[in-house]
Design a protein. Structure first.
Length: 579
């Protein structure tokens, strides 16, 4: 029956038990008496909660000791599992990353049924909902809280629970018992969860991931103001990031997105900006500004402390008035008691606000200042280290940057906003599309077109390299790259050019002369026929032999002194072309 009194976080709410108790008394007491009893029970419960003495079920890893104080679970396996949980979250920065790590390593997580709080532990796989619930629970940071949710009764259905913001919680007392993490780490975890949660809304951010996109979760569309998502496409073995705005939800509406920006050059420029920013001079300026802010915070702290003192004085004054009143004069006594309670409430609110503001004010120690100055040398070295994972670079970027607004017209404008409010505007040339990035220049295409009239691919590559020309990727030419350019730009092949000049194939000239193909090739080798190679394997097309063609066995009858000198066609044509 006890499990019916749990809120959405699995925390037992004793106020539900009070309602159940009064429900059993209904019928034996009047409505007015039930109302008064309910108010008294509720008041006592809230008073105990205000002091942090209300006993409520504890989450896994925390137990009540013999003195009824909250302590860590004596089971060392439970403690080690929870410490591993928080350590993994520090490393991964995402609740889903913790779940994946636990499942990958085969680590089981403890759980104890709420209806059997002292029962035997059960071990099973960690789930994402359970991980988020643990990260959001202040008890693991040693804090007592009460009133995090509010119950609303509906006419048609049962009661519903509403999660309240922290400023509306009834009680939050920090440092009341031992915990697994500090309160500062708990606050940092809440900020990480908030940023990770934005990945599912319009303001997409998400945890840093393994991809090379440096601005993942930081890029904002300059047209509509929505955060931009990251798309990747592969170029060889390399992933190329692209920042895409999806305000119109193009997948469902088929509308064109606001902008699409290549991230290669943009990420490089932002990385250089970060390295240039973290310098000794900028860090000294930041420390000087921080020191001034600390002085202002001290002055504000003194003013807030006087407000607490004034509220305490007024509460003490109301108490003395109440103590001096005649107890039999109930009209005056009740009025003074109400005034005293109101002053106590105002004093408690002032004290809580004072403590909250003090926790928000940060003061740097000398050791922290020395660590900040060491960043001037450590940050560039770590950033340029090839062993640094891209996920860690993204985390470093998020520590320095708030967001980056991208707008692409005639040029790419990146408005960089740093933590603390400083801004920087970068004007970059529009990234060249991948289809045009490695485009061969028109000059090279023109040279290849001219050289195809006289040379094969291998010789054309040699001539282009001698003239200092390079391919679209900036590499020297070879026969393969020349052929690729010829086909890509639709240039006429050397074979077609020779055919247009009237040259004959091996089969055609063999039929014309009434001889065998091998005889034609032998006459070509002896210089009796003129052949022009049309590829790199020296396959040739032949000129017409004219009125005096070679006769059968002529190549065999010619002696070494009678044979005509062999003509190297490529060299002769090269001399003719260069002339």
């Amino acid at each position: 029956m006890r499990s019916t009194f749990l809120d959405e976080d699995g925390i037992y709410d004793p106020s539900h038990f009070n309602d159940r108790l009064l429900l059993g008394l209904k019928g034996t007491m009047s409505e007015a008496e039930l109302h008064v009893m309910r108010a008294r029970l509720r008041g006592g419960l809230l008073n105990k909660a205000r002091r942090g003495e209300l006993r409520v079920p504890l989450p896994m890893g925390l137990v009540y000791d013999e003195q009824d104080q909250v302590a860590l679970d004596p089971d060392q396996q439970v403690q080690q599992t929870l410490r591993l949980f928080f350590e993994t979250f520090r490393r991964t920065g995402a609740a889903s990353g913790v779940v994946r790590a636990f499942r990958r390593d085969g680590v089981l997580f403890p759980r104890r049924p709420m209806d059997e709080p002292s029962g035997k532990l059960q071990w099973g796989a960690l789930e994402i909902v359970q991980a988020v619930r643990i990260l959001r629970n202040p008890r693991y940071a040693g804090a007592f809280f009460y009133g995090r949710t509010r119950s609303r009764k509906n006419v048609d259905s049962g009661p519903t629970l509403q999660r309240l913001p922290r400023e509306e919680w009834h009680t939050l007392l920090v440092g009341t018992h031992a915990g697994y993490i500090s309160w500062e780490e708990y606050e940092r975890n809440q900020r990480i969860l908030l940023e990770n949660g934005r990945a599912y809304g319009a303001d997409r951010r998400g945890p840093p991931r393994e991809g090379p996109a440096l601005l993942q979760g930081l890029a904002i569309c300059g047209v509509c103001g929505y955060r931009m998502t990251v798309h990747y496409h592969r170029s060889g073995a390399r992933l190329i990031p692209e920042y895409l705005c999806q305000k119109s939800n193009a997948v469902r509406t088929a509308e064109r997105s606001c902008s699409s920006i290549s991230g290669v050059e943009l990420d490089r420029a932002i990385g250089e900006l970060l390295v240039e920013t973290v310098t000794p001079l900028t860090l000294e300026v930041a420390l000087a500004v921080q020191q001034e802010l600390e002085q202002r915070a001290e002055e504000a702290d003194r003013l807030r402390r006087t407000q607490v003192e004034r509220a305490r004085y007024e509460a003490e004054l109301a108490r003395r008035r109440f103590m001096r009143v005649d107890p039999d004069n109930r009209l005056v006594a009740d009025s003074l008691e109400s005034e005293w309670n109101e002053k106590l409430r105002l004093q408690a609110e002032a004290q809580q606000e004072y403590e909250r503001q003090r926790q928000a004010d940060t003061v740097l120690t000398e050791q922290q200042r020395a660590q900040i100055m060491a960043l001037a040398t450590d940050f560039p070295r770590l950033w340029h280290d090839p062993k640094t994972p891209q996920r860690e670079r993204k985390r470093m970027a998020r520590l320095l940057l708030e967001d980056i607004t991208l707008d692409q017209t005639n040029e790419l404008t990146a408005r960089v906003r740093f933590k603390g409010g400083a801004t920087k505007v970068l004007n970059l040339p529009i990234p060249i599309k991948m289809c045009l990035r490695y485009k061969t220049s028109p000059e090279v295409v023109h040279h290849i077109d001219d050289l195809l009239d006289h040379y094969n691919y291998r010789r054309i590559a040699e001539i282009l390299n001698e003239r200092g020309l390079r391919s679209g990727k900036g590499e020297p030419f070879d026969s393969i790259s020349v052929g690729v350019v010829r086909r890509k730009y639709g240039l006429k092949s050397r074979y077609d050019r020779l055919r247009e000049r009237g040259l004959l194939t091996l089969e055609e000239i063999a039929a014309l002369l009434g001889t065998h193909r091998e005889t034609v090739q032998q006459w070509h080798r002896h210089g009796l026929l003129q052949g022009h190679p049309y590829n790199d394997t020296n396959q040739c097309l032949y000129e017409h032999p004219g009125p005096n063609p070679p006769i059968k066995n002529q190549g065999l009858r010619l002696g070494a002194r009678q044979r005509s000198p062999r003509v190297v066609d490529a060299s002769a044509q090269e001399v003719q072309y260069e002339a």
